[in-house]
Design a protein around this ligand. Structure first.
Ligand code: N7H
Length: 437
């Protein structure tokens, strides 16, 4: 069984919908103050065992970068026991992640990607009033602590109907995890071993990830935060310019995603949208690909959801070892429907990955499945929606009698920054607070 009372709730429990959320990055200038901060957050961070929060309907999670663990005085031997990718940090991994050109770290929003980011606190509530009510005392706490500096903040707000800025319903597909008691969204997917998502348990390969000391990593997990700016007007213009009618435009968008904007999957309704199905969480993820649609006539192999989770489709490799939990939240104002000109506003997704294996889960999916097409036999095609293609993206829609080949797809998503973090268990937070080095 998973020790749910020690695992932070943000790891396993889906966020509320609708939501208001905030991400706060802190720098630790004084080791003792950093440890005191760990003590205080360990009291308000919610455990996965607890469906309610000590902070009146606001769920608080806390994660640390490698530099954050260093700033707290974690001994080198312990630091060395964390994964190699985490120790490098996201900015150092930029080329492999496709963060090049305008997405490269020198263009990131500061201080993201610099050694100054030590702690990331995420607070999620059902609405802004409740979020602010919980955050005001928290803010007073860290503002009054000498040696702790808040250096960055990003507010996020749910858009209507759980949609993200491009207009698609988000937050649908989640893996089931053995022993968590929290159901997955696809009844056709066997639950995954807990060690895929939480350190200290057996994973799909039979391995158990441990740190030195074991308590520090146990019940913790890696979290990837990425601020991803979305060029909504450009996405709309591209769809518009490549379709002859609004029906064709919607079908084209659905082919790129693998789902209609309502969330209804092409696998279950390939010709027409079905908004009722899209909103029905008992049915909208109940499908596989291979038996029904091996060549991608319904859901193209290159579409966003088939790339990022090929399910049972024939690909090079085994999909189960590349699964992830996602906790994305939208930021910025909605671009009003029908507007095709950019209004200059910053809008997009704070993408959050949760998983025990940064390398074979997040980095693999980002580099091999999103930014390459070889794994399903489509050369160097990239993800048509989020691929890092520098304006030269290509995408194939399988069709009879002839396929549709789209080239020169603009880059619709730009990385504005991000961090690799470790989200410790609650006992480990107390261990960090009690450090005496
Ligand atoms: Fe994606 N989008 O809103 O357009 N994604 N994603 N993603 N994504 C999914 O199932 C989106 C990103 C995955 O099991 C949906 O929740 C956007 C990254 C995975 O069927 C939608 C961005 C990575 C899945 C979006 C973005 C992933 C998934 C369908 C960036 C991994 C589940 C709704 C701005 C590194 C696939 C849903 C499955 C689904 C969108 C980024 C991964 C609508 C806008 C960076 C694993």
């Amino acid at each position: 069984m998973l020790e749910l009372d020690d695992i932070q709730s943000g790891v396993l429990r889906p966020r509320p919908g609708p939501y208001a959320a905030t991400y706060i990055a802190l720098r630790i200038d004084d080791r003792k103050a950093g440890r005191e901060l760990m003590r205080r957050v360990s009291k308000v961070a919610t455990s996965a065992a607890n469906p309610t929060s000590p902070l009146a309907d606001t769920w608080v999670s806390v994660a640390l970068t490698y530099q954050g663990l260093q700033a707290l005085g974690v001994p080198q031997q312990s630091l060395d026991s964390f994964s190699w990718e985490f120790r490098q940090g996201m900015a150092a991994r930029a080329k492999d992640l496709g963060d090049i050109g305008e997405s490269s770290p020198e263009n990131w929003e500061k201080p993201l990607g610099t050694p100054a980011v030590h702690v990331v606190i995420v607070a999620v509530s059902a609405d802004e009033q409740r979020l602010e009510a919980a955050l005001t005392p928290a803010r007073k706490t860290y503002q009054s602590m000498d040696g702790i500096e808040a250096i960055w903040r990003q507010n996020c707000n749910a858009l209507p109907d759980d949609k993200e800025p491009f207009g698609f319903r988000d937050g649908i597909s989640h893996p089931a995890i053995e022993g968590s008691g929290i159901p997955g969204s696809n009844p056709k997917e066997q639950p995954l071993k807990a060690g895929e998502f939480v350190l200290g348990y057996a994973d799909e390969m039979g391995g158990v990830q441990k740190t030195e000391p074991e308590l520090l990593g146990r019940n913790g997990t890696y979290v990837v935060f990425r601020k991803l700016h979305q060029r909504v007007a450009e996405f709309r213009r591209y769809l518009n310019a490549n379709s002859n009618s609004s029906e064709e435009e919607e079908l084209f968008a659905a082919k790129m995603m693998g789902r209609w904007r309502s969330g209804a999957p092409l696998a279950l309704c390939p010709f027409h949208d079905d908004p009722e199905l899209g909103a029905d969480h008992l049915r909208n993820n109940d499908f596989l690909f291979e038996a029904d649609d091996p060549a991608g006539f319904k859901t193209p192999g290159g579409s966003h959801i088939r790339r990022t989770n090929p399910r049972d489709a024939a690909i090079a490799g085994v999909a189960r070892i590349h699964r992830m939990i996602r906790r994305g939240t939208a930021y910025g104002p909605l671009l009003p429907e029908g507007v095709l000109e950019d209004d200059g506003a910053d809008r997009g997704l704070m993408f959050a990955f949760v998983g025990a294996h940064l390398g074979r889960q997040f980095e693999f999916v980002q580099s091999q499945w999103i930014n390459d097409g070889v794994f399903f036999g489509s050369g160097d095609d990239t993800d048509p929606i989020i691929g890092s293609n520098g304006g030269a993206g290509a995408f194939t829609v399988p069709r009879r009698p002839v396929r549709r080949r789209c080239q020169g797809i603009p880059q619709f998503v730009v990385t504005r920054g991000g961090e690799y973090c470790f989200m410790p268990g609650l006992n480990a937070l107390r261990w960090l607070a009690d450090l005496e080095t």
